[in-house]
Design a protein around this ligand. Structure first.
Ligand code: ADP
Ligand code: MG
Length: 236
């Protein structure tokens, strides 16, 4: 792979500052944080609870707004965009996977996965075909009519990944995607994330507490006290 200095990274964070106000107190999370993520990277983000990992994902998704600094994802300069523009941008460009899946319990698997497509000008038939294709990609072909509560945690998380993928975003943000799973289910989810990265070219940022999960990534960063500490992946 070639990467020249003139190619800007897919994700670039420059001089990022973020704090939260709690009552009269201001709690700083990051001050002047910088990060570059090339297209096609699978980045694991580790660090103690409360270090700001989820906050960083929210800033990358344009869900949260920085106090200062720049967050560039692809062509988008998130710090200059209003909420409506960011919401539209997010729907096309970012898939989000949550620790506890966040599936709608009263909807079927197919309805959960097709939900992000409902606001798009796509025919019902094309939607159904897309959902079936994506379900088979995560090993859940033929499960369209099942409800989430009839599935194991690992299967529900695969539905969560399918929903995140259905709009074909370039970027996947995963917040402790295996945090609630047993080892075998976690390994299956990680195998899928690796496939999405290596075969479909998705750029992935995955928050995890699990060193074994981080071992599947191409780079691991540790966030602590508002700063990154890089440790090169040791290849077995
Ligand atoms: P992590 O995901 O690394 O555990 P978070 O990003 O969730 O950490 O949170 C970082 C810190 O910011 C924590 O101390 C948390 O309590 C605080 N925090 C997060 N979101 C808010 C919010 N909306 N309002 C106030 N404080 C918040
Ligand atoms: Mg978190």
């Amino acid at each position: 792979m070639t990467n020249t200095d003139t190619t800007p990274p897919f994700i670039e964070i420059r001089g990022l500052s973020k704090s939260f106000r709690v009552g009269s107190e201001t709690i700083p999370i990051f001050t002047d944080l910088n990060l570059s993520i090339p297209q096609g990277e699978f980045l694991a983000l580790m660090g103690p609870s409360g270090s700001g990992k989820s906050t960083l994902l929210n800033l990358l998704a344009g869900i949260d707004t920085p106090d200062a600094g720049q967050v560039h994802v692809g062509q988008a300069h998130l710090e200059t965009m209003n909420e409506a523009t960011k919401t539209r941008w997010r729907a096309h460009n970012v898939g989000i996977v949550f620790q506890f899946y966040n599936l709608m319990p009263m909807l079927t698997i197919a309805e959960n996965v097709e939900l992000p497509l409902m606001l798009k000008p796509i025919s019902r038939r094309a939607r159904r075909e897309r959902v079936a294709r994506i379900l088979s990609l995560v090993g859940l072909e033929g499960r369209e009519r099942q409800f989430p509560n009839t599935m194991s945690g690992g299967q529900q998380q695969r539905v969560g990944i399918a929903r995140a993928l259905v709009s074909d975003p370039k970027l996947l943000l995963c917040d402790e995607p295996t945090g609630d799973l047993d080892r075998a289910s976690a390994d299956e989810v990680l195998r899928i994330l690796r496939f999405l990265n290596s075969e479909l070219g998705k750029t992935i940022v995955m928050v995890t507490h699990d060193a074994e999960a981080a071992g599947h990534a191409t780079r691991t960063l540790h966030l602590n006290k508002g700063q990154f500490v890089e440790r090169e992946k040791v290849l077995a």
